[in-house]
Design a protein around this ligand. Structure first.
Ligand SMILES: Cc1cc2nc3c(=O)[nH]c(=O)nc-3n(C[C@H](O)[C@H](O)[C@H](O)COP(=O)(O)OP(=O)(O)OC[C@H]3O[C@@H](n4cnc5c(N)ncnc54)[C@H](O)[C@@H]3O)c2cc1C
Length: 398
């Protein structure tokens, strides 16, 4: 039987690992987090967070900090690349709160990570610990790290991202695949673009072979942009060296002038290559399981990668808190999560094609579909936004 004394090692202090750690600790478990980096960091600008993930963080008691740091966008405005014509425009807040009891948020990644980390005892986050191996001994798991330390726990949770060492050890090494897309990412102080008169919402611009999203973060002081373009090959050195503002401007040349104004107003621009893996048929073996990008990396074209990692942590904690044999409980967690994240992996992949259609009949049909039934509206996404981890576990027939 699970008991509050069950001790658990979480590998990886990203958004997924830390949320799981907070949820597990609040459920009464004894939790330690092991992170390879010497400090907690999140690279890049923003996270677009649907009410499905926001609800979980509010229930974990993080609402006050989120209300202070995050932005509540009033809506999503999807536009055509060249002339800015509206393709769909839907409200987000306060509608999400009315429908789902939680807002839609846009938040700086570093702010989000600090907010989650602040809810967990710092002495239980072990920085500079890179997992290099583990063995399941039947009634416990022994884990070892590159600094020579070892840990013995009853459960091991791999929340160590797309290059997961835990995943590789459980299911074999397999390099992730370049997804044929790179992102240019930047942050712009809003006082530099005040003349654009942007309302406090998200805008998403779609065009042939590319799309660009921008929204506010950091109490509305910064505008985050991510512009995706398609490419056949990826070479880290070549790309990172040349990820300049000029290169981002060239990638969106000929697009609406608002976008070049925004890109040019950034101090720096980072490039990010998108990698992908085939969905896994299972995530758990014995006393070890996975969560977040370690088991289900997804294209960010439903803005749900971090959100699903957050959901994983909440479901895992609720399953373990319900008691039972821990090995079977990990299987139950996986069974409850797999269909939902697999669906989102597929939808996110399909959006790459849909967003990047060349101008022509298929694009016209897509635009007509969006104007008839906006696929981004909170009502259309009720299956996604209405998710309630506690209810899913409580309603599950074991
Ligand atoms: C450009 C872009 C935009 C995105 N936008 C959104 C969005 O708007 N909304 C959204 O929900 N998602 C978005 N995503 C997806 C989201 O960023 C990821 O799904 C999410 O960050 C995954 O979190 P994670 O905790 O599973 O993994 P990670 O964030 O990768 O964290 C893994 C952690 O494990 C550590 N680690 C790795 N190996 C080891 C080891 N051997 N030992 C110890 N520690 C280790 C790492 O250092 C890291 O801290 C976006 C992604 C990209 C690339």
């Amino acid at each position: 039987m699970a008991s509050p004394s069950l001790d658990i090692a979480v590998i990886g202090a990203g958004i997924g690992g830390l949320t799981a750690a907070v949820a597990l600790q609040q459920a009464g478990f004894d939790v330690d987090v092991y992170e390879q980096a010497p400090e907690l960091t999140e690279v890049g600008g923003g996270i677009n967070m649907g009410p499905n993930a926001a609800r979980i963080l509010y229930r974990l008691g993080l609402g006050e900090a989120l209300d202070r740091e995050a932005v509540r966008p009033i809506g999503v405005h999807q536009r055509r690349w060249q002339d800015g014509r509206t393709l769909q425009r839907v409200p987000l807040n306060p509608l999400c709160e009315e429908l789902y009891g939680a807002p839609h948020l846009t938040v700086h990644r570093a702010d989000l990570l600090s907010i989650i980390a602040a809810a967990f005892p710092p002495e239980r986050i072990h920085l500079g610990h890179r997992l290099i191996g583990f063995t399941d001994k039947g009634d416990h798991v022994e884990t070892w790290f590159d600094n020579g330390r070892r840990a013995t726990t009853e459960l091991l949770i791999g929340a160590d991202g797309i290059h997961s060492a835990v995943r590789a050890r459980l299911f074999g090494e397999e390099a992730p695949r370049f997804a044929g897309c790179v992102a240019y990412r930047g942050l712009v102080p809003v006082d530099r673009i005040g003349d654009l008169g942007l309302e406090l919402g998200s805008q998403s611009w779609v065009g042939p072979g590319a799309h660009l999203v921008h929204y506010f973060v950091s109490r509305g002081r910064l505008l985050n942009f991510v512009g995706w373009t398609e490419h056949d090959t990826w070479n880290r050195e070549d790309w990172t060296d040349r990820a300049t503002i000029d290169r981002a401007l060239a990638a969106f040349e000929g697009w609406h002038p608002q976008l070049s104004r925004i890109i040019a107003a950034a101090d720096t621009c980072f490039v990010w290559a998108l990698f992908d893996r085939e969905p896994l048929p299972c995530w758990s073996a014995g006393r070890t399981t996975l969560l977040g990008d370690a088991c289900h990396p997804m294209y960010p074209f439903m803005a749900q990668g971090a959100a699903q990692a957050i959901e994983d942590g909440a479901v895992l904690a609720a399953c373990l808190a319900a008691g039972g044999d821990p090995v079977e409980t990990l299987r139950r967690y996986e069974r409850l999560r797999l269909p939902r994240v697999s669906r989102l992996q597929q939808m996110s992949r399909a959006n790459k094609t849909r967003f990047h259609l060349p101008d022509g009949p298929a694009q016209e049909q897509r635009d007509a579909d969006w104007s008839r039934l906006p696929d981004r509206s909170p009502e259309t996404l009720s299956w996604l936004y209405g998710f309630d981890a506690a209810a899913v576990v409580a309603n599950d027939q074991r």
